[in-house]
Design a protein around this ligand. Structure first.
Ligand SMILES: Nc1ncnc2c1ncn2[C@@H]1O[C@H](COP(=O)(O)OP(=O)(O)OP(=O)(O)O)[C@@H](O)[C@H]1O
Ligand SMILES: [Mg+2]
Length: 363
């Protein structure tokens, strides 16, 4: 059997132009290498899984490539990686500092990548400072961290700082599409959108969710099975609930809610999600706000269709009802009832946009 390589490793970019969503950084780095303006100490910071280590490695290779060193082995010798999470003592840093003094055998630069640099002990930081202040000409340091605020100012002030960003949902979705095509994995586009959304800006997380889903679904990732495995309510469920509310069908809406709870969904997440759904319907009513809806294209058109039925006033009322239930939820002795009341109120919204159930309950 072929060895399975996780996508995050298999698809680690080897060139700056294949790094997704960080062009503000890759362009600058490329330019700096080109113009020989690269600082000797760089700090890569930003959330996890967005390409810091990847860019550090590409940079390390490029610097020596420019110098004309072509042997793959030559580069490998010139790149030193220290994972500060597991090597954070003064001795580890001293070991590194000792090596720094010697010029490289092949190529012009020795590149030191210190990952998770915020994990260094304070003595280790101090030992490192002097080297960072006056590094030998052939040494370049790339420090990477997810926690910039933990880096002492004396280090910060000696580094050129590069802030990596969370990666946009569409960019992640696009990247997943390419990988799915290469791997012959069937997918619904909105399922990839959901994965991207769930990854919260981290491409590595998106790739590992993607791998998991590809395995579970035997290489056929649909929106419904992605939603089920990720334990998120699929948009269709919200569409259905909203439809029942529109039809004023209280018995049915309560029973659908019961099914949802029985599947193990958290009812507070449900009611907050339903609020977002009504918000999405509102946004779908106007082309100027359509782009604010964070769902895949296919679901977006379903929202637009459902959105047409509701008046803006009805939607405002619906959003308020959901939001109020979300607020009341934590203090309620019977949170399930809190959500059910909201569903009944939603199912009692009249043509003039008021909720008859709500009005009565207030009287
Ligand atoms: N911007 C990106 N473009 C393309 N692939 C990416 C990007 N960011 C992350 N990846 C994918 O995720 C994997 C992990 O990325 P990387 O190690 O560079 O993240 P990191 O920012 O160093 O994260 P950490 O803070 O956890 O160390 C890569 O091998 C690659 O497959
Ligand atoms: Mg890293």
């Amino acid at each position: 059997m072929e060895n399975f390589v996780v996508s995050a490793r298999k698809y680690r970019p080897q060139e700056f132009d294949t790094v997704v969503g960080q062009s503000h950084i890759t362009d600058t780095l490329e330019h700096a290498i080109e113009e020989n303006q690269l600082a000797q100490a760089l700090l890569f910071c930003g959330p996890r899984g967005v390409g810091k280590t990847t860019c550090a490695r590409i940079l390390a290779r490029k610097i020596n490539e420019k110098d004309g060193t072509t042997s793959e082995d030559g580069f490998a010798y010139n790149i030193f990686e220290l994972d500060a999470a597991s090597n954070n003592s003064v001795d580890d840093i001293r070991g590194l500092i000792d090596q720094v003094r010697y010029a490289p055998q092949v190529g012009k630069y020795k590149v030191y990548i210190i990952d998770e640099v915020h994990m260094l002990s304070s003595q280790a930081f101090n030992a490192f400072l002097k080297t960072l202040e006056e590094p030998p000409k052939h040494a370049i340091f790339i420090l990477a961290t997810t926690e910039k605020h933990k880096i002492i100012p004396t280090i910060l002030s000696r580094c050129q700082i590069y802030d990596f960003k969370r990666i946009a949902i569409e960019d992640i979705q696009n990247h997943l599409r390419k990988i799915a095509d290469k791997e012959n994995i069937k997918y619904e586009d909105d399922a990839l959108y959901l994965i991207a959304q769930k990854a919260d800006g981290a491409l590595r997380d998106a790739l590992s969710i993607f791998d998991r889903l590809a395995t579970f679904t035997q290489k056929n990732i649909t929106l419904a099975n992605a939603a089920e495995i990720l334990n998120v309510l699929d948009y269709d469920q919200y569409l259905k609930i909203a439809e029942l509310a529109y039809d004023n069908d209280i018995p049915k809406i309560l029973s659908v809610f019961n099914d949802i709870i029985n599947k193990g969904f958290d009812s507070q997440i449900f009611i907050a999600g339903l609020g977002s759904h009504f918000r999405n319907l509102m946004l779908s009513q106007n082309p100027a706000t359509l782009h604010l809806i964070e769902v895949g294209e296919n679901s977006k058109s379903k929202f637009a269709e459902q959105g047409k039925k509701w008046t803006p006033q009805q939607l405002v009322t619906a959003i308020e009802i959901c939001s109020q239930a979300d607020i009341n939820y934590k203090n309620s002795k019977n949170p399930r009832l809190t959500v059910e009341i909201a569903l009944m109120q939603l199912s009692s919204i009249t043509a003039d946009g008021k909720s008859s159930a709500k009005k009565k309950s207030l009287e």
